[in-house]
Write a protein that binds this ligand. Structure first.
Ligand SMILES: [Zn+2]
Length: 142
């Protein structure tokens, strides 16, 4: 049975497989394993450039975080806004936020992809047996 969109996003935020909820999909802080250890889903869905979307998602998340914090500090301290703090603190926040959010962006991107391009039993079987790119073309929904 296919998990709900909310469940897949929650699993992704916990750095678990959005499809089955298994932990251990990361080999390192930012490095995804090739396959989910439980369900066998290829975590790049068999695409070499799959995580360009994760880069974009990470960029947007960090920019929104920066804008939110900037707005809160600006409103809370107006008219004595600490511009120097915002300038240098913003720089640190942007760099640290990009590093801290990146693994979550990868798993959330996978969840979003599974929501908009649902995993079929045929595709999951293709992932489990390590099918080739040519076979992938034969999958009807991809
Ligand atoms: Zn899984």
């Amino acid at each position: 049975m296919r998990p709900s969109a909310a469940r897949m996003l929650l699993r992704a935020l916990l750095r678990r497989c959005p499809n089955c909820g298994s932990p251990g999909i990361f080999a390192g802080y930012t490095t995804l394993r090739e396959h989910c250890p439980r369900c066998g889903l290829r975590l790049h869905r068999g695409e070499s450039d799959y995580f360009i979307g994760a880069y974009l998602l990470n960029l947007v998340a960090v920019e929104l975080l920066f804008a939110l914090i900037l707005g809160i500090i600006f409103v809370a301290t107006y008219p004595h806004t600490p511009w120097r703090l915002l300038q240098w603190g913003g720089l640190v926040l942007m760099i640290a936020g990009a590093v801290l959010c990146y693994p979550f962006a990868k798993s959330v991107w996978l969840a979003a992809d599974l929501i908009f391009r649902p995993l079929t039993p045929e595709e999951l079987e293709w992932h489990r047996r390590g099918g080739s790119a040519e076979e992938r073309q034969e999958l009807p929904h991809l």
